[in-house]
Design a protein around this ligand. Structure first.
Ligand SMILES: *Cc1c(COP(=O)(O)O)cnc(C)c1O
Length: 458
Protein backbone atom coordinates (compact mmCIF):
# COMPACT_ATOMS: atom_id res chain seq x y z
CA UNK A 1 0.00 0.00 0.00
CA UNK A 2 1.38 3.40 -1.02
CA UNK A 3 0.00 6.89 -0.47
CA UNK A 4 -0.57 10.04 -2.49
CA UNK A 5 -1.70 13.61 -1.93
CA UNK A 6 -5.26 14.91 -2.33
CA UNK A 7 -3.79 17.65 -4.55
CA UNK A 8 -2.25 15.25 -7.02
CA UNK A 9 1.45 16.10 -6.93
CA UNK A 10 2.97 13.80 -4.28
CA UNK A 11 2.57 10.08 -4.90
CA UNK A 12 4.14 6.64 -4.35
CA UNK A 13 4.91 7.50 -0.75
CA UNK A 14 5.58 4.72 1.74
CA UNK A 15 3.79 4.44 5.08
CA UNK A 16 6.89 5.50 7.02
CA UNK A 17 7.46 8.53 4.84
CA UNK A 18 3.93 9.91 5.24
CA UNK A 19 4.06 9.11 8.95
CA UNK A 20 7.12 11.29 9.38
CA UNK A 21 6.10 13.98 6.86
CA UNK A 22 2.54 14.82 7.92
CA UNK A 23 1.31 17.22 5.24
CA UNK A 24 2.15 16.60 1.57
CA UNK A 25 4.55 18.98 -0.19
CA UNK A 26 1.80 20.31 -2.45
CA UNK A 27 -0.20 21.32 0.63
CA UNK A 28 -2.59 18.36 0.32
CA UNK A 29 -3.32 15.51 2.70
CA UNK A 30 -2.11 11.97 2.21
CA UNK A 31 -4.53 9.24 1.16
CA UNK A 32 -4.09 5.49 0.69
CA UNK A 33 -3.89 4.53 -3.00
CA UNK A 34 -6.94 2.28 -2.57
CA UNK A 35 -9.31 1.21 0.19
CA UNK A 36 -8.11 -2.12 1.59
CA UNK A 37 -10.97 -4.45 2.52
CA UNK A 38 -11.43 -5.86 6.00
CA UNK A 39 -12.79 -9.36 6.46
CA UNK A 40 -15.92 -8.81 8.57
CA UNK A 41 -16.25 -12.45 9.56
CA UNK A 42 -12.74 -12.35 10.93
CA UNK A 43 -13.49 -9.14 12.82
CA UNK A 44 -16.60 -10.77 14.33
CA UNK A 45 -14.53 -13.66 15.65
CA UNK A 46 -12.01 -11.50 17.54
CA UNK A 47 -12.03 -11.27 21.30
CA UNK A 48 -10.52 -7.85 22.02
CA UNK A 49 -9.90 -4.36 20.66
CA UNK A 50 -6.26 -5.22 20.08
CA UNK A 51 -7.17 -8.31 18.06
CA UNK A 52 -9.53 -6.21 15.91
CA UNK A 53 -6.81 -3.59 15.42
CA UNK A 54 -4.53 -6.35 14.12
CA UNK A 55 -7.05 -6.94 11.29
CA UNK A 56 -6.92 -3.26 10.32
CA UNK A 57 -3.55 -1.59 10.90
CA UNK A 58 -1.32 -3.97 8.86
CA UNK A 59 -3.42 -3.18 5.77
CA UNK A 60 -1.78 0.27 5.68
CA UNK A 61 1.78 -0.37 6.83
CA UNK A 62 3.09 -3.00 4.36
CA UNK A 63 5.21 -0.57 2.34
CA UNK A 64 7.45 -0.05 5.41
CA UNK A 65 6.89 -2.86 7.90
CA UNK A 66 6.23 -6.57 7.69
CA UNK A 67 2.96 -7.80 9.17
CA UNK A 68 4.84 -9.27 12.12
CA UNK A 69 6.68 -6.00 12.80
CA UNK A 70 3.37 -4.14 12.77
CA UNK A 71 1.78 -6.65 15.12
CA UNK A 72 4.73 -6.35 17.51
CA UNK A 73 4.30 -2.56 17.53
CA UNK A 74 0.57 -2.93 18.14
CA UNK A 75 1.19 -5.18 21.14
CA UNK A 76 2.68 -2.24 23.03
CA UNK A 77 1.18 0.76 21.22
CA UNK A 78 -1.84 1.40 23.48
CA UNK A 79 -1.07 1.70 27.17
CA UNK A 80 -2.37 3.07 30.49
CA UNK A 81 -6.05 2.65 29.64
CA UNK A 82 -8.32 2.22 32.63
CA UNK A 83 -10.84 -0.07 31.00
CA UNK A 84 -9.67 -3.62 30.45
CA UNK A 85 -10.51 -3.67 26.75
CA UNK A 86 -9.74 0.05 26.25
CA UNK A 87 -13.31 0.90 25.24
CA UNK A 88 -16.56 0.50 27.13
CA UNK A 89 -19.93 0.51 25.41
CA UNK A 90 -22.90 1.68 27.49
CA UNK A 91 -26.42 1.17 26.17
CA UNK A 92 -29.03 3.81 26.91
CA UNK A 93 -32.23 2.33 25.49
CA UNK A 94 -31.79 1.96 21.77
CA UNK A 95 -28.63 4.08 21.64
CA UNK A 96 -25.11 2.85 22.33
CA UNK A 97 -22.47 5.16 23.78
CA UNK A 98 -18.97 4.27 22.62
CA UNK A 99 -16.79 5.45 25.51
CA UNK A 100 -13.46 6.36 24.01
CA UNK A 101 -12.21 8.30 27.03
CA UNK A 102 -10.65 5.59 29.18
CA UNK A 103 -7.11 6.37 28.03
CA UNK A 104 -4.53 8.27 30.09
CA UNK A 105 -5.65 11.75 28.93
CA UNK A 106 -9.40 10.97 29.13
CA UNK A 107 -10.22 11.80 25.49
CA UNK A 108 -10.38 9.70 22.33
CA UNK A 109 -7.21 11.27 20.95
CA UNK A 110 -5.13 8.72 22.88
CA UNK A 111 -6.12 6.12 20.26
CA UNK A 112 -4.57 7.93 17.31
CA UNK A 113 -1.65 9.55 19.05
CA UNK A 114 -0.40 6.51 20.95
CA UNK A 115 -0.38 4.58 17.69
CA UNK A 116 1.44 7.38 15.85
CA UNK A 117 3.99 7.73 18.66
CA UNK A 118 4.75 3.99 18.66
CA UNK A 119 5.43 4.12 14.91
CA UNK A 120 7.45 7.36 15.23
CA UNK A 121 9.68 5.63 17.75
CA UNK A 122 10.10 2.54 15.57
CA UNK A 123 11.29 4.64 12.61
CA UNK A 124 13.60 6.72 14.82
CA UNK A 125 15.18 3.59 16.29
CA UNK A 126 15.68 2.02 12.88
CA UNK A 127 17.28 5.16 11.47
CA UNK A 128 19.03 6.11 14.72
CA UNK A 129 17.59 9.62 14.65
CA UNK A 130 15.77 11.94 17.01
CA UNK A 131 12.68 14.09 16.52
CA UNK A 132 10.96 17.21 17.65
CA UNK A 133 7.21 17.11 17.98
CA UNK A 134 5.71 20.54 17.50
CA UNK A 135 2.03 21.22 17.74
CA UNK A 136 -0.67 23.69 18.68
CA UNK A 137 -3.67 22.70 20.70
CA UNK A 138 -7.00 24.19 21.62
CA UNK A 139 -7.94 21.30 23.88
CA UNK A 140 -7.09 17.62 23.89
CA UNK A 141 -4.51 17.09 21.13
CA UNK A 142 -1.67 18.56 23.16
CA UNK A 143 -2.12 16.43 26.24
CA UNK A 144 -2.57 13.25 24.20
CA UNK A 145 0.55 14.05 22.13
CA UNK A 146 2.64 14.80 25.20
CA UNK A 147 1.48 11.71 27.01
CA UNK A 148 1.99 9.47 23.98
CA UNK A 149 5.55 10.72 23.36
CA UNK A 150 6.92 11.38 26.82
CA UNK A 151 8.37 7.91 27.37
CA UNK A 152 10.19 7.86 24.03
CA UNK A 153 13.53 9.50 24.74
CA UNK A 154 14.26 10.15 21.09
CA UNK A 155 11.32 12.56 20.95
CA UNK A 156 11.15 16.04 22.50
CA UNK A 157 7.70 17.66 22.50
CA UNK A 158 6.92 21.38 22.32
CA UNK A 159 3.21 22.10 22.51
CA UNK A 160 1.79 25.60 22.15
CA UNK A 161 -1.41 26.47 23.90
CA UNK A 162 -3.29 29.74 23.58
CA UNK A 163 -4.47 31.80 26.53
CA UNK A 164 -7.83 30.60 25.39
CA UNK A 165 -10.97 28.72 26.08
CA UNK A 166 -9.60 25.34 27.12
CA UNK A 167 -10.60 24.14 30.59
CA UNK A 168 -8.18 24.43 33.51
CA UNK A 169 -8.08 20.63 33.66
CA UNK A 170 -7.07 20.46 29.98
CA UNK A 171 -4.31 23.03 30.57
CA UNK A 172 -3.00 21.32 33.68
CA UNK A 173 -2.84 17.98 31.89
CA UNK A 174 -0.11 19.55 29.75
CA UNK A 175 1.54 21.95 32.16
CA UNK A 176 2.06 19.59 35.10
CA UNK A 177 4.17 17.04 33.24
CA UNK A 178 7.65 17.26 34.70
CA UNK A 179 9.87 15.60 32.10
CA UNK A 180 12.95 16.96 30.38
CA UNK A 181 11.61 16.09 26.91
CA UNK A 182 8.26 17.88 27.34
CA UNK A 183 7.60 21.63 27.09
CA UNK A 184 4.23 23.35 27.33
CA UNK A 185 4.43 26.82 25.77
CA UNK A 186 1.68 29.26 26.66
CA UNK A 187 1.29 31.80 23.88
CA UNK A 188 -0.24 35.22 24.52
CA UNK A 189 -2.60 34.91 21.58
CA UNK A 190 -5.33 32.82 20.02
CA UNK A 191 -5.29 29.25 18.76
CA UNK A 192 -4.92 30.64 15.23
CA UNK A 193 -1.77 32.52 16.35
CA UNK A 194 -0.38 29.23 17.70
CA UNK A 195 -1.16 27.46 14.45
CA UNK A 196 0.53 30.22 12.45
CA UNK A 197 3.66 29.83 14.59
CA UNK A 198 3.64 26.07 14.02
CA UNK A 199 3.25 26.59 10.27
CA UNK A 200 6.16 29.03 10.21
CA UNK A 201 8.31 26.61 12.20
CA UNK A 202 7.58 23.83 9.71
CA UNK A 203 8.57 26.15 6.88
CA UNK A 204 11.83 27.47 8.33
CA UNK A 205 12.93 24.40 10.37
CA UNK A 206 15.84 26.48 11.61
CA UNK A 207 16.08 24.93 15.07
CA UNK A 208 16.60 21.31 14.02
CA UNK A 209 19.80 19.38 14.52
CA UNK A 210 21.21 17.35 11.64
CA UNK A 211 19.49 13.95 11.44
CA UNK A 212 16.45 15.21 13.26
CA UNK A 213 12.82 14.96 12.18
CA UNK A 214 10.18 17.60 12.77
CA UNK A 215 6.94 15.72 13.40
CA UNK A 216 3.36 16.94 13.09
CA UNK A 217 0.82 15.57 15.52
CA UNK A 218 -2.29 17.34 14.26
CA UNK A 219 -5.16 15.24 13.03
CA UNK A 220 -4.10 15.29 9.38
CA UNK A 221 -1.50 12.62 10.19
CA UNK A 222 -2.85 9.48 8.53
CA UNK A 223 -1.65 7.20 11.32
CA UNK A 224 -3.98 8.96 13.75
CA UNK A 225 -6.85 8.15 11.40
CA UNK A 226 -5.78 4.48 11.27
CA UNK A 227 -5.91 4.27 15.07
CA UNK A 228 -9.45 5.61 14.95
CA UNK A 229 -10.65 3.33 12.14
CA UNK A 230 -9.95 0.43 14.51
CA UNK A 231 -12.68 1.37 16.98
CA UNK A 232 -15.37 1.52 14.33
CA UNK A 233 -14.64 -2.11 13.48
CA UNK A 234 -14.50 -2.89 17.19
CA UNK A 235 -18.05 -1.50 17.51
CA UNK A 236 -19.13 -3.95 14.84
CA UNK A 237 -17.33 -6.71 16.73
CA UNK A 238 -19.10 -5.86 19.97
CA UNK A 239 -22.65 -5.06 18.86
CA UNK A 240 -24.76 -7.96 17.83
CA UNK A 241 -26.88 -6.09 15.32
CA UNK A 242 -27.81 -7.53 11.98
CA UNK A 243 -28.42 -4.26 10.15
CA UNK A 244 -26.20 -1.34 9.33
CA UNK A 245 -24.85 0.98 12.00
CA UNK A 246 -25.31 4.74 12.25
CA UNK A 247 -22.85 6.96 14.07
CA UNK A 248 -23.32 10.40 15.59
CA UNK A 249 -19.95 12.09 15.96
CA UNK A 250 -18.97 15.28 17.81
CA UNK A 251 -16.86 16.98 15.19
CA UNK A 252 -14.11 19.57 14.94
CA UNK A 253 -11.31 18.86 12.50
CA UNK A 254 -13.26 16.00 10.88
CA UNK A 255 -10.67 13.35 11.76
CA UNK A 256 -13.11 11.14 13.60
CA UNK A 257 -15.75 11.43 10.88
CA UNK A 258 -13.19 10.66 8.21
CA UNK A 259 -12.08 7.57 10.13
CA UNK A 260 -15.72 6.42 10.17
CA UNK A 261 -16.03 7.08 6.45
CA UNK A 262 -12.77 5.15 5.90
CA UNK A 263 -14.08 2.18 7.89
CA UNK A 264 -17.18 2.26 5.69
CA UNK A 265 -15.03 2.24 2.54
CA UNK A 266 -13.14 -0.71 4.02
CA UNK A 267 -16.30 -2.77 4.37
CA UNK A 268 -18.05 -1.69 7.58
CA UNK A 269 -21.82 -1.64 7.03
CA UNK A 270 -22.68 1.99 7.79
CA UNK A 271 -26.10 3.51 7.28
CA UNK A 272 -25.61 7.18 8.28
CA UNK A 273 -22.84 9.34 9.64
CA UNK A 274 -24.18 12.35 11.57
CA UNK A 275 -21.72 15.21 11.72
CA UNK A 276 -22.52 17.04 14.96
CA UNK A 277 -21.05 20.49 15.55
CA UNK A 278 -21.36 23.33 18.04
CA UNK A 279 -21.76 27.01 17.16
CA UNK A 280 -18.65 26.68 14.95
CA UNK A 281 -20.74 25.40 12.12
CA UNK A 282 -18.69 25.40 8.91
CA UNK A 283 -19.45 21.71 8.35
CA UNK A 284 -23.14 22.08 9.13
CA UNK A 285 -23.32 24.95 6.66
CA UNK A 286 -21.69 22.71 4.07
CA UNK A 287 -24.01 19.75 4.62
CA UNK A 288 -27.17 21.87 4.72
CA UNK A 289 -26.39 24.76 2.35
CA UNK A 290 -23.36 23.77 0.27
CA UNK A 291 -21.45 26.63 1.89
CA UNK A 292 -17.98 25.79 3.20
CA UNK A 293 -16.62 29.21 4.10
CA UNK A 294 -14.35 30.20 6.96
CA UNK A 295 -15.85 32.35 9.72
CA UNK A 296 -14.63 33.60 13.07
CA UNK A 297 -14.21 31.06 15.86
CA UNK A 298 -16.61 31.20 18.81
CA UNK A 299 -15.73 29.93 22.27
CA UNK A 300 -18.13 27.21 23.39
CA UNK A 301 -18.60 24.64 26.15
CA UNK A 302 -16.99 22.07 23.83
CA UNK A 303 -13.59 23.73 23.21
CA UNK A 304 -12.05 20.79 21.32
CA UNK A 305 -14.58 21.42 18.56
CA UNK A 306 -13.94 25.18 18.32
CA UNK A 307 -12.46 25.41 14.83
CA UNK A 308 -12.88 27.73 11.86
CA UNK A 309 -11.92 25.14 9.22
CA UNK A 310 -11.99 21.34 9.42
CA UNK A 311 -8.64 20.14 8.04
CA UNK A 312 -9.64 16.56 7.26
CA UNK A 313 -12.66 17.67 5.24
CA UNK A 314 -10.37 17.97 2.19
CA UNK A 315 -10.03 14.18 2.26
CA UNK A 316 -13.79 13.73 1.98
CA UNK A 317 -14.11 16.25 -0.83
CA UNK A 318 -11.34 14.45 -2.69
CA UNK A 319 -12.49 10.86 -2.19
CA UNK A 320 -16.27 11.04 -1.88
CA UNK A 321 -17.34 14.10 -3.85
CA UNK A 322 -14.62 14.53 -6.49
CA UNK A 323 -14.05 10.79 -6.87
CA UNK A 324 -10.30 11.25 -6.46
CA UNK A 325 -9.64 14.04 -8.93
CA UNK A 326 -6.47 15.61 -7.50
CA UNK A 327 -6.63 18.37 -10.07
CA UNK A 328 -10.10 19.54 -9.07
CA UNK A 329 -9.26 19.18 -5.40
CA UNK A 330 -6.12 21.31 -5.80
CA UNK A 331 -8.17 23.93 -7.69
CA UNK A 332 -10.52 24.24 -4.76
CA UNK A 333 -8.22 23.96 -1.78
CA UNK A 334 -5.30 25.98 -3.17
CA UNK A 335 -7.67 28.96 -3.13
CA UNK A 336 -9.33 28.20 0.18
CA UNK A 337 -10.12 30.00 2.51
CA UNK A 338 -9.95 33.09 0.27
CA UNK A 339 -12.62 31.54 -1.91
CA UNK A 340 -15.11 29.28 -0.15
CA UNK A 341 -15.64 25.70 -1.30
CA UNK A 342 -18.88 25.30 -3.20
CA UNK A 343 -19.64 22.09 -5.11
CA UNK A 344 -21.89 21.80 -8.12
CA UNK A 345 -25.38 20.99 -6.96
CA UNK A 346 -25.42 17.50 -8.49
CA UNK A 347 -22.14 16.58 -6.81
CA UNK A 348 -23.16 18.07 -3.46
CA UNK A 349 -26.45 16.10 -3.40
CA UNK A 350 -24.45 12.91 -3.06
CA UNK A 351 -24.07 13.72 0.66
CA UNK A 352 -27.60 12.48 1.33
CA UNK A 353 -26.58 8.90 0.65
CA UNK A 354 -24.35 8.78 3.73
CA UNK A 355 -24.22 12.00 5.75
CA UNK A 356 -26.38 14.28 7.82
CA UNK A 357 -25.40 17.08 10.15
CA UNK A 358 -26.65 18.85 13.24
CA UNK A 359 -25.72 21.98 15.13
CA UNK A 360 -26.16 22.29 18.88
CA UNK A 361 -25.35 25.48 20.78
CA UNK A 362 -24.32 25.81 24.41
CA UNK A 363 -27.75 26.31 25.96
CA UNK A 364 -29.04 23.23 24.24
CA UNK A 365 -25.88 21.28 25.13
CA UNK A 366 -26.58 21.86 28.81
CA UNK A 367 -30.22 20.85 28.39
CA UNK A 368 -29.17 17.61 26.72
CA UNK A 369 -26.69 16.80 29.51
CA UNK A 370 -29.44 17.41 32.04
CA UNK A 371 -32.04 15.40 30.20
CA UNK A 372 -29.83 12.34 29.76
CA UNK A 373 -28.72 12.57 33.37
CA UNK A 374 -32.33 12.72 34.58
CA UNK A 375 -33.47 9.86 32.32
CA UNK A 376 -30.55 7.46 32.71
CA UNK A 377 -28.30 8.74 35.50
CA UNK A 378 -25.58 8.94 32.84
CA UNK A 379 -23.32 11.98 32.46
CA UNK A 380 -22.29 13.07 28.96
CA UNK A 381 -19.31 15.37 28.47
CA UNK A 382 -20.16 18.62 26.61
CA UNK A 383 -18.66 17.36 23.32
CA UNK A 384 -20.54 14.08 23.43
CA UNK A 385 -23.75 15.92 24.33
CA UNK A 386 -23.56 17.83 21.04
CA UNK A 387 -23.85 14.51 19.21
CA UNK A 388 -26.40 12.88 21.51
CA UNK A 389 -29.58 14.66 20.48
CA UNK A 390 -29.64 13.43 16.88
CA UNK A 391 -28.88 9.89 17.94
CA UNK A 392 -31.77 9.75 20.40
CA UNK A 393 -34.14 11.32 17.90
CA UNK A 394 -33.30 8.98 15.06
CA UNK A 395 -32.39 5.67 16.67
CA UNK A 396 -34.79 2.74 16.36
CA UNK A 397 -34.60 -1.03 16.10
CA UNK A 398 -33.85 -0.93 12.36
CA UNK A 399 -31.34 1.86 12.62
CA UNK A 400 -29.04 1.41 15.56
CA UNK A 401 -27.25 4.61 16.58
CA UNK A 402 -23.89 4.84 18.24
CA UNK A 403 -22.75 8.08 19.88
CA UNK A 404 -19.03 8.61 20.04
CA UNK A 405 -18.19 9.71 23.57
CA UNK A 406 -15.00 11.63 22.94
CA UNK A 407 -14.08 12.94 26.40
CA UNK A 408 -14.63 12.20 30.05
CA UNK A 409 -16.93 14.77 31.72
CA UNK A 410 -14.42 15.32 34.54
CA UNK A 411 -12.30 17.35 32.10
CA UNK A 412 -14.97 20.08 32.23
CA UNK A 413 -15.94 20.35 35.92
CA UNK A 414 -17.37 23.89 35.68
CA UNK A 415 -20.20 22.74 33.44
CA UNK A 416 -21.37 20.20 36.02
CA UNK A 417 -21.00 22.59 38.96
CA UNK A 418 -23.36 24.89 37.18
CA UNK A 419 -25.81 22.07 36.42
CA UNK A 420 -25.46 20.74 39.97
CA UNK A 421 -24.55 17.31 38.72
CA UNK A 422 -22.08 15.47 40.91
CA UNK A 423 -19.53 13.44 38.99
CA UNK A 424 -19.07 10.07 40.58
CA UNK A 425 -15.68 9.11 39.21
CA UNK A 426 -12.44 10.79 38.29
CA UNK A 427 -10.15 9.13 35.75
CA UNK A 428 -6.73 8.18 37.08
CA UNK A 429 -4.96 10.66 34.84
CA UNK A 430 -6.84 13.57 36.39
CA UNK A 431 -6.13 12.76 40.05
CA UNK A 432 -4.50 15.53 42.07
CA UNK A 433 -4.09 17.70 39.02
CA UNK A 434 -4.77 20.94 40.94
CA UNK A 435 -2.14 20.12 43.52
CA UNK A 436 0.68 19.59 41.04
CA UNK A 437 3.16 22.31 40.08
CA UNK A 438 2.70 23.82 36.62
CA UNK A 439 5.65 24.11 34.25
CA UNK A 440 4.46 26.67 31.73
CA UNK A 441 6.74 28.74 29.53
CA UNK A 442 4.98 31.94 28.48
CA UNK A 443 5.70 33.73 25.22
CA UNK A 444 4.30 36.46 23.04
CA UNK A 445 3.36 35.26 19.58
CA UNK A 446 6.88 35.97 18.35
CA UNK A 447 8.58 33.28 16.29
CA UNK A 448 12.18 34.19 17.09
CA UNK A 449 11.72 33.92 20.85
CA UNK A 450 10.10 30.55 20.49
CA UNK A 451 12.73 29.33 18.09
CA UNK A 452 15.48 30.32 20.54
CA UNK A 453 13.70 28.44 23.32
CA UNK A 454 13.39 25.30 21.23
CA UNK A 455 17.07 25.50 20.24
CA UNK A 456 18.11 25.88 23.83
CA UNK A 457 16.13 22.84 24.95
CA UNK A 458 16.75 20.62 21.94
C1 LIG B 1 -10.64 16.56 19.12
C2 LIG B 1 -11.96 16.37 19.76
C3 LIG B 1 -13.15 16.38 19.00
C4 LIG B 1 -13.15 16.65 17.52
O1 LIG B 1 -12.61 15.58 16.80
P1 LIG B 1 -12.18 15.74 15.27
O2 LIG B 1 -11.60 14.44 14.90
O3 LIG B 1 -11.19 16.86 15.24
O4 LIG B 1 -13.41 16.08 14.51
C5 LIG B 1 -14.34 16.13 19.66
N1 LIG B 1 -14.39 15.92 20.98
C6 LIG B 1 -13.26 15.92 21.75
C7 LIG B 1 -13.40 15.70 23.21
C8 LIG B 1 -12.02 16.13 21.17
O5 LIG B 1 -10.92 16.12 21.92
Amino acid sequence: MFFHSTRGKDHDKSFASILMQGLAEDGGLFMPDYWPQVDLEEVKSKKSFLEVAKCVVPLFTGSSFSKQETIDILDSAWHDFEHKDLIKITDLNSVSVLELFHGPTAAFKDFGLQLAAAFFNKVLEEENKTAIVLGATSGDTGSAAIDACKNYKRITSFIMLPNGNMSAVQRRQMSTINADNVFALRINGTFDDCQDLVKLAFKTRDFLKPNQYLLAVNSINWTRIIGQICYYFYTYNQLNTKGKLSFSIPTGNFGNVFACYSAHKMGLPVNKICVAVNKNDILHRFFTENDYSKKMVHDTLSPSMDISVASNFERLVYDFFLERSGEQCADMFNHFPNSPIVLSDAVWQKKDSLFSSSKVEDLNTKQIINKIYKSYGYVLDPHTAVAADEAFKKSNTDNHFIILATAHPAKFPKVYEELQIKLSSLPKGLHDLEKKKEYLHTFNANYNDIKDFIKLNN
